[in-house]
Write a protein that binds this ligand. Structure first.
Ligand SMILES: *[C@@H]1O[C@H](CO)[C@@H](O)[C@H](O)[C@H]1NC(C)=O
Ligand SMILES: *[C@@H]1O[C@H](CO)[C@@H](O)[C@H](O)[C@H]1NC(C)=O
Ligand SMILES: *[C@@H]1O[C@H](CO)[C@@H](O)[C@H](O)[C@H]1NC(C)=O
Ligand SMILES: *[C@@H]1O[C@H](CO)[C@@H](O)[C@H](O)[C@H]1NC(C)=O
Ligand SMILES: *[C@@H]1O[C@H](CO)[C@@H](O)[C@H](O)[C@H]1NC(C)=O
Ligand SMILES: *[C@@H]1O[C@H](CO)[C@@H](O)[C@H](O)[C@H]1NC(C)=O
Ligand SMILES: *[C@@H]1O[C@H](CO)[C@@H](O)[C@H](O)[C@H]1NC(C)=O
Ligand SMILES: *[C@@H]1O[C@H](CO)[C@@H](O)[C@H](O)[C@H]1NC(C)=O
Ligand SMILES: *[C@@H]1O[C@H](CO)[C@@H](O)[C@H](O)[C@H]1NC(C)=O
Ligand SMILES: *[C@@H]1O[C@H](CO)[C@@H](O)[C@H](O)[C@H]1NC(C)=O
Ligand SMILES: *[C@@H]1O[C@H](CO)[C@@H](O)[C@H](O)[C@H]1NC(C)=O
Ligand SMILES: *[C@@H]1O[C@H](CO)[C@@H](O)[C@H](O)[C@H]1NC(C)=O
Length: 852
């Protein structure tokens, strides 16, 4: 207020010449006062009158103020408050400062509309208002600024269309409208004066074709029109620009073919026409644009081959032709691109083999050939690309074996060769690739051991022929969890919605692992976010659905209780019924953590029709649970204990269950690598689906073992099923499962646990004469609730009992392996030499060598 009074006083005692002069002071001080003074404007501190009643010009001249520049007679010609954190608006009175040639207000917090009085600043050459919060339309009066050479409005909220009057600005060299909300057509006469050097209109809502004046605007050196809705035939929209070095037309709706005219843009260094509707083939003349460094024509509809002439672009640094329909082979001339750092040809129809000449692109750091039809083996020459950081060859038809030369890729961070047909083993020397943080080798034919480095520990390796995993990760995690992370640790759920059953793993748990391992390793790399493929599906939603379906794990949905937790039945909104095994948690700490981790670890790797399928799992401080498909018929133990149910389970079905169990355990012991030992096989842990197909469940005690190692573990198992040696040794091998299997199949044949029989057998094992119990007739041992088996079924039963007795040998070494068991069960049997009712146990227990 006082300042205004002072100004008024000053005005009153001034001559007319001084009134003009002071009008500028007045304008500037008024503007200063109008600004939002909640924040300080240090730039403007100098904007004040020093002597209230001075009549001399010098003392109160604004020419000494910061950001103000004057001409010889002390009239303001330039205001520069760039990057000043100034809040407020541009005053209409700005039109009073008529000698202004430069107005630099970019990088502030100015809001409000552009005043039309700007049009009165007819001497203005530089108008720079970028990076503010200005809104509203561009006033048509701007068209009067005939001297303007530099106009920039970028990064504001200016809207409406560009007024036609702007076409009068024929002196413009630098024209920047980008990152606003402008709509309508691009200014028609943008290059009428043929002086335009740089034009930026990107990130607006411009529509329509490219203005005619721009088509042969030969002065242009930089053009950025990306991210609008411009349309038109691209080969007609643009001409030859001898000075142009930067042209970004991406994310528009241009169609037509890549113009060969661009080959004549001899200064062109970047050309981006990604994300348009470009069709046709690549013009070979493009090589003449000899300065090209970045060429991006990705996400279009290009067809036919990549012309070999492109190899002549000797400065090319980045080439992106992904997501087109390019076909045929990649020319070996690609190897001439000696400056190439980044090559993305993914998502095309390229075929043939991966050109070995790529090795000559000795600066290549990113190579993406994903999703094509490349065949043959991965050329070993790729291993010579020392700078390579990211290599994606996934989803091709690649075969052969992995070249050991890849071990030389010391800078490689991500390696994806998933979804191919690569066989053999992973060269052990890959453990030298210490930069690796992400590996996906799933869906191939690989087998053998996995290199022992972290990246492989965490790698996606599923769906191969037989890879030996490293199972420490989840246990590490659990420890991390116990070490007191708070809130949701992780939510890991398999999508059961929509009928799809896909594995989704939200990262937290593994992320936690990674962190821990990094601490242990002392490495400072940034953690990787995903180790498992994750689709855009919400694990949290599935969790909510499960909580809802079980009314927050209400006991009325509980269908079983075990040592580690309770099992609930849940019907999801899709109609699918699942079993949810919820682990006991105590104050957010998982009591049964070991079991939980073990089960996840085993079941995410072991896939077999007779092993229960893990559909998801969730680990949360309050809920830790596993989700499986629901098994209609319940456990074998339940069925055998209820007569009506036992009657349903005839001899054929029982034979089939034995076969299924044998196959599953054999798979665990001999096909999984490292082998899985269940350690708790019992009739309670054999579940039957609605077709009485057996599924082994409850892997909470399971361990994995390397073939050549011995494993010392505390006892686990169920009394009555565990092998006798476990009473005196903690050394575990797979023969303990063989023993338990023997008990279960004998139980299945007898209809009840064979406890007494086993007891009498072992009690007499020390005496030299055969135990009396062996004189029992087999028929008396069979489940009496069923009528005795006949013919081939009877033969099957006999062979099962024989196998069972072999499995129950007290000496683990003399028990058969599960592979032997499967062989015995599947070989067609000789017909029984005598009628079933005359066979004694002794004949089965000590089978004559000739029949074995
Ligand atoms: C700050 O602005 C308010 C009005 O927004 C005004 O009343 C006040 O006097 C100003 N303060 C200063 C120090 O200029
Ligand atoms: C304003 O900031 C930009 C970038 O933040 C900088 O390039 C420019 O030189 C600065 N201008 C002034 C006048 O400080
Ligand atoms: C603009 O500057 C000229 C001198 O170049 C001066 O004669 C004139 O008075 C100034 N105009 C205003 C409005 O200050
Ligand atoms: C611009 O100048 C014209 C004439 O010179 C005047 O009539 C008009 O009021 C001025 N506009 C502003 C906003 O200063
Ligand atoms: C421009 O934005 C203002 C708000 O800032 C709005 O009122 C006006 O309708 C917009 N005009 C157009 C053409 O979108
Ligand atoms: C300015 O542009 C408008 C619209 O394009 C036009 O009608 C007018 O004649 C132009 N003014 C001058 C002085 O060229
Ligand atoms: C190209 O520019 C020239 C002037 O340099 C002009 O005469 C000609 O009409 C323009 N051509 C097109 C197609 O706009
Ligand atoms: C090309 O660019 C260079 C510098 O980048 C420049 O000196 C030259 O004038 C430009 N124009 C032509 C036609 O080469
Ligand atoms: C080309 O443009 C697209 C879309 O605007 C952008 O995502 C891409 O990064 C650009 N390519 C290059 C090489 O800059
Ligand atoms: C684009 O223009 C060229 C040259 O005029 C023409 O040959 C081609 O057929 C046009 N393409 C489309 C899709 O209209
Ligand atoms: C590009 O190709 C990838 C396959 O590599 C595909 O997943 C993606 O959806 C494609 N993108 C578009 C926009 O077509
Ligand atoms: C699994 O990997 C960890 C760390 O990467 C390593 O310490 C451990 O020895 C490995 N275990 C096996 C069985 O390979």
């Amino acid at each position: 207020m006082t300042i205004i009074i002072i100004v008024l006083l000053l005005l009153r005692c001034s001559s007319s010449e001084k009134i003009q002069y002071n009008r500028e002071v007045e304008t500037l001080l008024k503007w200063k006062n109008s600004l939002d003074n909640s924040t300080s404007h240090p730039l403007l501190d100098s904007w004040r009158l020093y002597s209230k009643f001075s009549t001399t010009n010098n003392i109160n001249s604004p020419c000494k103020w910061i950001g103000i520049y004057c001409n010889k007679v002390g009239s303001v010609t330039e205001i520069n408050l760039a990057n000043g954190s100034i809040r407020g608006s541009i005053p209409a009175s700005i039109g009073n400062i008529k000698n202004l040639t430069g107005l630099y207000l970019y990088g502030n917090l100015l809001s409000g509309f552009l005043p039309s009085s700007l049009g009165n600043l007819t001497k203005l050459e530089f108008l720079e208002l970028g990076i503010n919060q200005l809104s509203g339309p561009i006033p048509i009066e701007i068209g009067k600024l005939r001297s303007l050479t530099w106009l920039s409005f970028f990064m504001n909220n200016i809207n409406g269309s560009v007024p036609l009057e702007m076409g009068n600005l024929t002196n413009l060299e630098y024209y920047q409208l980008d990152e606003n909300s402008l709509s309508g057509y691009l200014p028609e006469n943008v290059c009428l004066g043929r002086k335009l050097l740089e034009f930026y209109a990107y990130d607006n809502n411009f529509i329509g074709p490219v203005p005619k004046s721009l088509r042969n605007c030969t002065s242009l050196i930089r053009l950025e029109l990306q991210a609008n809705q411009l349309t038109g035939n691209i080969s007609e929209m643009f001409g030859i620009y001898p000075n142009l070095y930067y042209m970004d037309l991406s994310s528009n709706k241009f169609f037509g073919e890549v113009s060969e005219k661009w080959g004549k843009c001899s200064n062109l260094s970047l050309l981006n026409i990604s994300k348009n509707e470009i069709s046709g083939s690549l013009p070979l003349e493009l090589w003449k644009a000899a300065q090209l460094r970045i060429l991006d024509i990705s996400f279009n509809h290009l067809v036919e081959n990549i012309p070999k002439e492109l190899g002549r672009l000797k400065f090319l640094f980045k080439l992106k032709l992904n997501n087109n329909s390019l076909s045929s082979i990649v020319p070996s001339e690609i190897g001439m691109l000696s400056e190439l750092r980044y090559l993305d040809l993914s998502a095309n129809n390229l075929s043939g083999s991966i050109p070995k000449d790529l090795e000559k692109c000795s600066k290549l750091a990113d190579l993406n050939l994903r999703n094509n039809k490349f065949g043959g083996a991965i050329p070993f020459q790729i291993g010579n690309l020392r700078p390579l950081q990211n290599l994606d060859l996934s989803s091709n038809l690649l075969g052969g074996e992995l070249p050991f030369e890849l071990q030389n890729l010391q800078n490689l961070e991500t390696l994806d060769i998933s979804h191919n047909n690569i066989s053999g083993s992973i060269p052990a020397t890959y453990k030298e690739m210490l930069s690796l943080t992400y590996v996906d080798m799933s869906y191939n034919q690989l087998e053998g051991p996995i290199p022992k480095i972290k990246a492989f520990t965490m790698a996606a390796l599923g769906n191969n022929k037989g890879l030996c995993g490293n199972n420490t990760s989840l246990k590490t995690c659990r420890m991390e969890e116990k070490k007191g992370s708070n809130g949701i640790v992780v939510l890991i759920v398999v999508s059961i919605l929509g009928g799809l059953i896909l594995l989704f793993i939200v990262v937290g748990l593994l992320f936690a692992c990674q962190k821990r391992e990094m601490i242990m390793d002392g490495q400072g790399e940034t953690p990787i976010k995903t180790y498992f493929v994750s689709w855009n599906h919400d694990g949290k939603k599935v969790h909510e659905e499960i909580v809802k379906a079980t009314e927050n794990f209400d006991s009325k949905y509980c269908i079983g209780v075990g040592g580690y937790g309770s099992v609930y039945k849940a019907q999801l909104s899709t109609g699918q019924v699942v079993a949810v095994k919820k682990f006991h948690t105590n104050d957010g700490i998982l009591d049964a953590g070991e079991a939980f981790a073990s089960e996840i670890n085993v079941l995410t790797r072991a896939r077999h029709r007779n092993i229960i399928k893990l559909e998801g799992f969730c680990s949360h401080t309050r809920y830790s649970y596993l989700v499986y498909g629901f098994m209609e018929k319940g456990s074998l133990s339940d069925i055998l204990s209820i007569e009506v149910k036992a009657l349903e389970l005839g001899w054929r079905k029982r034979g089939n269950i034995v076969k299924g169990l044998a196959n599953a355990i054999s798979y665990m012991h001999h096909e999984c690598c490292p082998a899985i030992i269940h350690r708790d096989i019992s009739s309670r842990n054999v579940l039957l689906d609605d077709e009485y197909e057996a599924h082994i469940s409850d892997f909470g005690s399971a361990i994995t073992v390397d073939p050549d190692s011995s494993n010392w573990t505390p006892f686990a198992g169920t009394f009555g099923y565990s092998a006798p040696e476990l009473a005196y040794t903690m050394e575990v091998n797979e023969k303990c499962d063989v023993y338990s299997f023997g008990i279960v199949i004998l139980e299945l044949i007898m209809g009840k646990h064979p406890g007494d029989l086993i007891l009498s057998l072992s009690a007499s094992s020390s005496s030299s004469s055969p135990p009396a119990v062996l004189e029992i007739l087999l028929k008396d041992l069979l489940d009496q609730r069923l009528s005795p088996p006949k013919n081939q079924v009877a033969e099957k039963v006999v062979s099962i009992v024989k196998v069972a007795f072999a499995c129950l040998q007290p000496d683990p070494g003399s028990r058969p392996t599960m592979k032997d068991v499967c062989d015995k069960l599947s070989t067609s049997l000789p017909s029984l030499s005598e009628p079933l009712h005359t066979i004694t146990l002794e004949q089965l227990f000590y089978p004559p060598t000739s029949t074995s």
